[in-house]
Design a protein around this ligand. Sequence first.
Ligand code: ZN
Ligand code: ZN
Length: 368
Amino acid sequence: MRDMTAEQVDARLSGVARLAAEVGVDAVLVTPGPDMRYLTGYDAVPLERLTCLIVTDGGGAHLVVPRLELLAAEASPAGHLPMHPWTETDDPYDLVASLLPDASVVALDNHMWAEKVLRLRRAMPDSVQTLAGDLLDRMRIVKTPDERDALARAGEAIDRVHAQVASLLRPGRTEREVAANIADLIIAEGHVRVDFVIVASGPNGASPHHEVSDRVLERGDAVVVDIGGTMPDGYRSDCTRTYALGDPGTDFLSRYAVLQRAQEAAVSAVRPGLTCAAVDSTARDLLAAEGLGDLFLHRTGHGIGLETHEAPYIVQGNDLPLEVGMAFSVEPGFYLEGRFGARIEDIVIVDHDGARVLNRQTRDLVIV
Ligand code: ZN
Ligand code: ZN
């Protein structure tokens, strides 16, 4: 994806301003992180020195930046915004307050450091602080065509990694050794950062978020490999496949067949208008009907974009209807303590007539 243009930045900032006005927020304050990158294209590093984007409900936008970050900010897609540099002896929180003399409600990005939240509160004692997450999610939850393509490229990159995983799995190697090879491949295939590598073999597979250990792979193990990274444009990949070293046994194989059907059914159910909860139910009911309901320990999926976990969450109780452009994972699994686990995960994007599936590697159990 190309860098955002000034017009795109302005369009996103006007969008935030409009939503802020709608919900009675006078200003939205955003520190470095995915929200700032989404709104301005500026991929600032979160540091102790305050960098803060201010968007007012009237549509004004300002960037408060440490003097030593000024050149980087100016060179970014946010370079056309009014800049307010501060030097080492200035108080940047007072600077923010001086730009918002009349703000009674300020919304802060959900990931702002507590230190910054409290210092802003001290500098603006008459303003009520609230979270900007809901407001920003309303924009970020529906991906633009550019963002959809970026996620598709991330999907292709992680697929190329999975295509090489089977060759790394051999009895006698440890999970940690395999994971180190996978991390190298995640970078080699086009990501700029490894976000996570889960290699959960044998009984470790029963812990959904087991990462790696020094356990030695054995013949007969099922191995859950859940991996993801960040592409140069900031968009993320996340894909799980389950492998087996030789024959994992009929107890495993019969359950895996059910899981594969449940995952496929949930993906096939995706369409505009269906609720997030209904996608979860599709997978969950099918697993429950085969006696695996209690072994499916987590929600069916999570949104993905500039963060690996973001809205929408595919979970019971979330009655949000799907819209064209929403992107999320479909990743049911089963986890049998002391024995084994399995998960199948694809990223999908809601399209007019169903799901656009971004991961293409086989969902069959890969026996090596
Ligand atoms: Zn995953
Ligand atoms: Zn996931």
